[in-house]
Design a protein around this ligand. Structure first.
Ligand code: IPM
Ligand code: MN
Length: 383
C-alpha cells in the first residue's frame, strides 16, 4: 500500500511555531508505531513567499498539493510591520486568498469546528454547567456568502455602491445538512461507547440522544433561509432518532452564551458559521485550544485541509508564546481522518488527542511557552 503523505504548510506569524510542535508529535508517533506516513514542507502560501515572488503561492500550487492525502496548515495573514499605520489597510487578498482557494479548489465543503470545554481549559463562563459544553459546529464551506461575487460601482465617488452576492445551491445545502445529521448519530454512538449519554427533547416531546440545530437568518434573508429550512425538514425525516431545532443566528449567539451546553451539532452557513465558531472557540477555552478542519468527504482524490481556528497572531509571533494546543488537536483530527484508510494512523490520532487533553488537564493555569508544551506532549507520547 502507498504511504500516507502530508503536505505541511506552516504559513505566517505563529503558524510555523505551532506547526513545528505538531510535526514533532507526528514524528514521535511515527517512530513509536512505525506508521507509514511522510510529510513534505512547503514555504507557501505565505507572506514571505509573496514578498519574494509577488504571489502567495506558485501558479501550480493546487496541482502540487493535490498529490497529498492531507494538508496541515499553520496560519495565514501578515498585516505588515506593527508600526505601519496602514497595516490594516493592506489588501487581505495578499495572504488570505490561498486559504479560500484551497477550500474551493479541493471542494472542502465541510468545515468542522468542535467546541468542547475540556478539563483544564480556561472557562470563560462562570456557570458550572459550562463544563458540559460539547458541541460540533458544522460550517458550510463551499459557497454562500463566500462566493466572492459582486463589485464596486462608481468607486471612489460619493455615489459608490458595493455589492456582494450570496449564492446557495440546493445540492450544497442538502449535503451539509445530511452531514450534520450523520455526525449527530456518530457523536451519539461515541458517547454511548464512552458511557456519557445526553438527552435532547424533540418538539413533540420525545427524547433523543443527539440533536441538530439549524442556524439561518430566515426572517430577513428569506430565500436561502427558506431553502435551508425546507431541506432541513425533509432530511430530518430520515433521522427520527435525532432531535431537531432551528435558531436564527442572532438568537443563536445569545444562546451560545446563555446555555451553550444545550447544543450538540450546529449547522450554519459559511459566514454565519465563521462568526459562530469564534464565539464557540471562546466557550471551549479560547483560540489557543480550538481545532478546525476543512474536509472533502466525497472525493478521495481531493486532500482535506487541517488548520486551527486561530489566525497568525502577528502580535505574539516569533516569541515562542503561542499555545500549540489548537494545532495539536487539529493534527489529531487529521490522523483520525487519514485513519479511514489505515487503522494504525487512526489509533495514533486518538493517542495524540488523549495526550493533548491530558496535558491540558494537568497544566491548568500554568504559563508555558510553545516549545515547552510541545515537549511535554512529545514526552507523554514516548512513554
Ligand atoms: C477562518 C478565517 C477565514 C474565514 C478567513 C481568514 C478568510 O476567519 O478560517 O475562520 O473567514 O473562513
Ligand atoms: Mn474565522
Amino acid at each position: 500500500a502507498q504511504s500516507t503523505r502530508i503536505a505541511v504548510t506552516p504559513g505566517d506569524g505563529i503558524g510555523p511555531e505551532v506547526v513545528a510542535e505538531a510535526v514533532r508529535c507526528l514524528e514521535t508517533l511515527r517512530a513509536k508505531h512505525g506508521l507509514d506516513i511522510e510529510w513534505t514542507r512547503f514555504p507557501w502560501p505565505s507572506h514571505a513567499w509573496h514578498e519574494e515572488h509577488g504571489e502567495s503561492m506558485p501558479a501550480d500550487a493546487l496541482a502540487q498539493l493535490q498529490k497529498y492525502d492531507a494538508i496541515l496548515l499553520g496560519a495565514l495573514g501578515d498585516p505588515g510591520p506593527m508600526d505601519d499605520p496602514d497595516r490594516y489597510l493592506l489588501p487581505d487578498s495578499i495572504s488570505l486568498a490561498p486559504l479560500l482557494d484551497m477550500r474551493k479548489g479541493f471542494d472542502q465543503w465541510v468545515c468542522e469546528r468542535p467546541a468542547r470545554l475540556l478539563p483544564g481549559a480556561r472557562q470563560y463562563l462562570a456557570d458550572e454547567r459550562a463544563k458540559d459544553i460539547d458541541m460540533l459546529v458544522i460550517r458550510e464551506n463551499s459557497e454562500g456568502e463566500y462566493v466572492s461575487q459582486g463589485g464596486r460601482l462608481r468607486k471612489g465617488t460619493p455615489d459608490e455602491v458595493a455589492t456582494q452576492m450570496e449564492v446557495f445551491t440546493r445540492k450544497a445545502t442538502d449535503r451539509i445538512i445530511r452531514y450534520g445529521f450523520e455526525q449527530a448519530r456518530n457523536r451519539a454512538a461515541d458517547r454511548v461507547k464512552e458511557g456519557r449519554t445526553r438527552t435532547f427533547r424533540t418538539l413533540d416531546g420525545r427524547t433523543c440522544e443527539s440533536q441538530v440545530c439549524l442556524v439561518t437568518k430566515r426572517n430577513a434573508l428569506r430565500y436561502w433561509g427558506d431553502m435551508y429550512t425546507e431541506a432541513f425538514d425533509e432530511i430530518s425525516k430520515e433521522y427520527p432518532d435525532v432531535a431537531t431545532h432551528h435558531e436564527l443566528v442572532d438568537a443563536a449567539c445569545m444562546k451560545f452564551v446563555q446555555s451553550p451546553w444545550a447544543f450538540d451539532v450546529v449547522v450554519a452557513s459559511n459566514l454565519q458559521g465563521d462568526i459562530l465558531t469564534d464565539l464557540a472557540a471562546v466557550l471551549s477555552g479560547g483560540m489557543g485550544v480550538a481545532p478546525s478542519c476543512n474536509l472533502n468527504p466525497t472525493d478521495p482524490d481531493m486532500p482535506s485541509m487541517f488548520e486551527p481556528t486561530h489566525g497568525s497572531a502577528p502580535d505574539i509571533a516569533g516569541q515562542g508564546l503561542a499555545d500549540p494546543t489548537a494545532m495539536l488537536f487539529t493534527a489529531a483530527r487529521m490522523l483520525e481522518w487519514l485513519g479511514r484508510k489505515d487503522p494504525a494512523v487512526a489509533a495514533a490520532g486518538k493517542e495524540l488527542f488523549d495526550a493533548v487533553a491530558a496535558d491540558l488537564a494537568e497544566n491548568s493555569g500554568t504559563r508555558r511557552g510553545t516549545h515547552e508544551i510541545g515537549s511535554a506532549i512529545c514526552e507523554r507520547l514516548s512513554q
